[in-house]
Each structure stands twice: as C-alpha cells, then as structure tokens.
Design a protein around this ligand. Structure first.
Ligand SMILES: Cc1cc2nc3c(=O)[nH]c(=O)nc-3n(C[C@H](O)[C@H](O)[C@H](O)COP(=O)(O)OP(=O)(O)OC[C@H]3O[C@@H](n4cnc5c(N)ncnc54)[C@H](O)[C@@H]3O)c2cc1C
Ligand code: SF4
Ligand code: SF4
Ligand code: SF4
Length: 387
C-alpha cells in the first residue's frame, strides 16, 4: 500500500494526489476541517509515485541564501489594496504581459478560499489580499503542468508547503515557471473560517452572505490592520486585528493545521524563486521606506528571479537589506507556530457550538480596548475624509 508521510506533518499539498497515475488518491476533509489524502487501497497498484513526490518525505532542493529587499509598488492605488507592498501584482502582471497564466488564492462566491488560474489583469484583483484559511488547491498542480507543457509562462503563488509540493510534483526546473511563496505563519482550518463568517453574518446581517471581505484593511494603518466585512443593506463590520476574534484565533495558534506547528518549509533558503512577506520592523530598519501603508520584504532566491527583479525595479522603491536581520521581527519566516495542545484542542472541539468571540476570550489574553477604540476612530476618520 502507498506509504505517505506522517499525518501530523502532512501539509495537504496535493502532490501525491496529482501524481497518482491511477487517480487512487482523493483529498477529503478531516474532523478539524483540513483536507488530507485518502488512498483507495483496492485500486492502488503500489507503484510508490505518491511517496516519491511527497515534499515531507523528500524535500525539494533549495536555492542558496537569497538577496533581500524592502520594496513598495510605486502605484499607491495597488499598494492600498494589497496586503503588504503590492509586489505580487507586479510579478503577476509581468507574467500576463508575456502571455502567461497566474495561479493564486481567491475567494469563491461563498468566500471559501480556492486556488484558481487567471489570464487577464482585471482578474488579478481576486488574488490581492491575504486570505487566512487553507486554500483548496483542487487539480491546480495538474493544470500548472498542462500550461507549462503548452510552452506558456506560469506564475504559481501559494504557501511555502504548496510551492514545495508543486516543485516536487513537477520534478524538474522549468525556465517558464516562477514559484512565489510567502512568509507564512500558518493556515487556519477552512471549517473554522466558514463558522466564523456564518457567526458574524448571523450577528450583523441576519445570516445574509457578505458582499466583500477584507482581512487586511489598511484604513487604520498597515501595521494596525483591521477586518472589514460588508453585507447587503449597509451592514458593516470593522474591527482591529487585535480585537477581531478570528484574527486572534489565527495569530493565537488556536486553529492552524497540525503541520504548521512542525513546518518543514521554514528558513531563508527555499525552493521558491521569490518569497514575499510583510516587512515588520521596517520602521526601525529602513525608516525611509516606512509610511504605514505597506512595505514588502522580498527574498530573491534564484538567478531567474534576480533577473526579473532587476527588470521590475523601475516600478518599485526598493532597498537591499540583510536577509537575516530583516526577519528579526518576523519569526514566522524561520520558526513554526507555537503548539499549545490543550488550547488548540479545546477550541477545535467547541467552536462549532459556542459563541465564537466568548470562546476566544476564554482561551487567549484579552486585547487592549482603549488602543482599539483609537484605531477604529482613525479608520472611521480616514473613511469620512475619503468620502
Ligand atoms: C495564510 C497566510 C499567512 C501569512 N503569514 C505571514 C506572516 O506571518 N508574516 C509575513 O510577513 N507575511 C505573511 N503572509 C504574507 C503576507 O501577508 C502577504 O501575503 C505577502 O506579503 C504578499 O503581499 P503583497 O502585497 O505582495 O500581495 P497581495 O497582492 O496582497 O497578494 C496576496 C498573495 O497571497 C496569496 N494568498 C492569499 N491568501 C492565500 C492563501 N490562503 N493561501 C495561499 N496563498 C494565498 C495570493 O495568491 C497572492 O499571491 C501570510 C500570508 C498568508 C496567505
Ligand atoms: S502507490 Fe501508486 S497507485 Fe498507489 S496511491 Fe500511490 S501513486 Fe497511486
Ligand atoms: S504529498 Fe502533500 S498531501 Fe500528500 S502526503 Fe505528502 S504532504 Fe500530504
Ligand atoms: S506554516 Fe508551513 S505547513 Fe503551515 S501553511 Fe505555512 S508553509 Fe504550510
């Protein structure tokens, strides 16, 4: 029978399922809401291909220590709607201009997170903004392979474990493929995300489906981002990251995938061509690039990526920085999320049936309400001024 990696280390990257020549592996939701490979042992012919491509069993080669940059897209309208400095949009646009295809994570009509392929600049906006739930990759890896076989340029962006999975599945370097990963704290369960959205919708809009969701609204500042959800009939929800129970559960490690607590993709050296993250600490390290509207930290790993970086430089403000130092205030780049077994399992056993906010309040330290009020006032003022 197929021997896949330890359940607690499996990131759900789908490489095994994509590689199986007999389609014996399906990704099914486990009780915590994460997708996991399930092998049809009757049809399995024990060829071992699934184990061969598993990036946990055999990690793909990594590039040498990268060059690191603080970067901001010069187009402020893009930066405003992007999570950090808006660098992803520049990379993606460049791929499209070459007639290529871009794969990234977007919300579907019900705000579930899924990977999809985009071929027009207008559709790139669906990728903008971090979505804090593990995305459903579906058959993305096979689609990437198909596009490469057609000779097209492809940009694939995702979490480091998704990128490692794709790299292992494809087996060899392809000059037409650009792999973009993220500094990654971890991914919450899609089931927890669904429950939170239903809970908020019930609380604020009689259960209506939201119209827009932005988990990284910058109206009150990039480093002090807020959650902004809007429903029909003018019903809105705006809360700072320190108050919102979903962001607290995410950052407080209550609902991450088990593999995020023992992640095999941390570190400065990676198999991705480029790594993007928030440059937390830019205010101390490169004050001239700090305006609280979003600055990216960019690790450029491969020669292919360095050439592209130089080509795109005129569209950005950039400054080279020390690769180790720039991650000093961003532990997620190098270390796995803390594992508090008791808190995590209490949360995952109770969140479906209990008041979401009250449960988070019970399990995590209370945020500072006065600070939050000031942030919300600043956000409201900015909106009024814009109006
Ligand atoms: C789950 C998650 C955790 C993160 N944790 C950290 C962290 O701890 N520290 C840090 O510095 N940065 C973290 N980031 C990365 C950071 O928030 C930005 O996404 C990154 O800096 C890109 O910013 P941008 O302005 O260039 O891109 P944007 O234009 O905002 O693009 C966002 C990019 O993220 C991808 N993406 C969005 N949601 C998901 C998802 N659920 N799964 C896979 N890919 C997704 C999109 O495809 C797109 O490529 C995290 C991102 C995610 C999705
Ligand atoms: S061993 Fe071969 S046939 Fe069996 S699940 Fe793995 S890839 Fe499929
Ligand atoms: S290939 Fe990916 S999904 Fe399959 S077992 Fe390994 S980590 Fe899990
Ligand atoms: S922390 Fe590691 S295992 Fe978890 S989503 Fe990020 S890259 Fe994958």
């Amino acid at each position: 029978m197929a021997r896949l990696c330890d359940t607690n280390l499996c990131s759900g990257c789908t490489a095994c399922a994509a590689a199986c020549p007999h389609d014996c592996i399906t990704m099914v939701q486990d009780p915590e809401g994460f997708r996991r490979p399930k092998v049809d042992t009757v049809r399995c012919v024990e060829c071992g291909l699934c184990a061969k491509v598993c990036p946990v069993l055999s990690a793909p080669d990594t590039h040498p220590i990268p060059d690191a940059f603080a970067a901001r897209n010069k187009d402020n309208s893009v930066r405003e709607l992007s999570t950090s400095g808006g660098v992803f949009t520049l990379l993606a646009r460049h791929t499209l201009e070459q007639g290529g295809a871009v794969f990234g994570a977007a919300y579907d009509a019900d705000f579930k997170v899924e990977h999809r392929m985009v071929e027009t600049p207008e559709m790139l906006t669906t990728f903008r903004g971090a979505k804090y739930a593990q995305s459903d990759l579906g058959d993305t890896f096979r689609r990437v392979k198909e596009q490469l076989a057609l000779g097209r340029k492809v940009l694939f962006s995702g979490t480091p474990c998704q990128v490692a999975g794709l790299r292992s599945y494809l087996g060899k370097e392809d000059p037409n493929l650009l792999l973009v990963d993220l500094v990654c704290h971890g991914v919450p369960s899609p089931a927890v995300w669904e429950r939170y959205l239903a809970y908020k919708s019930e609380q604020i809009s009689d259960g209506h489906r939201p119209i827009t969701v932005n988990l990284r609204c910058k109206d009150s500042g990039w480093s002090t981002y807020s959650v902004d959800i809007r429903w029909p009939y003018g019903r809105n929800y705006l809360a700072s990251n320190r108050q919102d129970p979903y962001i607290r559960a995410f950052v407080g490690d209550l609902c991450l995938r088990p593999s995020c607590h023992r992640c095999s993709c941390k570190g400065l050296t990676r198999c991705a061509d480029i790594t993007l993250g928030d440059y937390w600490g830019v205010w101390d390290q490169v004050p001239s690039m700090s305006d609280n509207k979003g600055t990216s930290i960019v690790l450029v790993h491969s020669e292919k990526a360095l050439a592209l970086w130089q080509e795109l430089a005129p569209a950005m403000q950039t400054q080279q920085v020390d690769a180790r130092r720039c991650m000093e205030q961003n532990p997620a780049a190098l270390q796995s999320a803390k594992y508090d077994e008791e808190n995590r399992s209490t949360f995952l056993h109770r969140y479906r049936d209990e008041d979401f906010s009250a449960l988070v309040d019970e399990l995590l330290p209370k945020p500072n309400a006065a600070g939050d009020l000031a942030l919300r006032m600043a956000g409201k003022l900015k909106r009024l001024l814009k109006f």
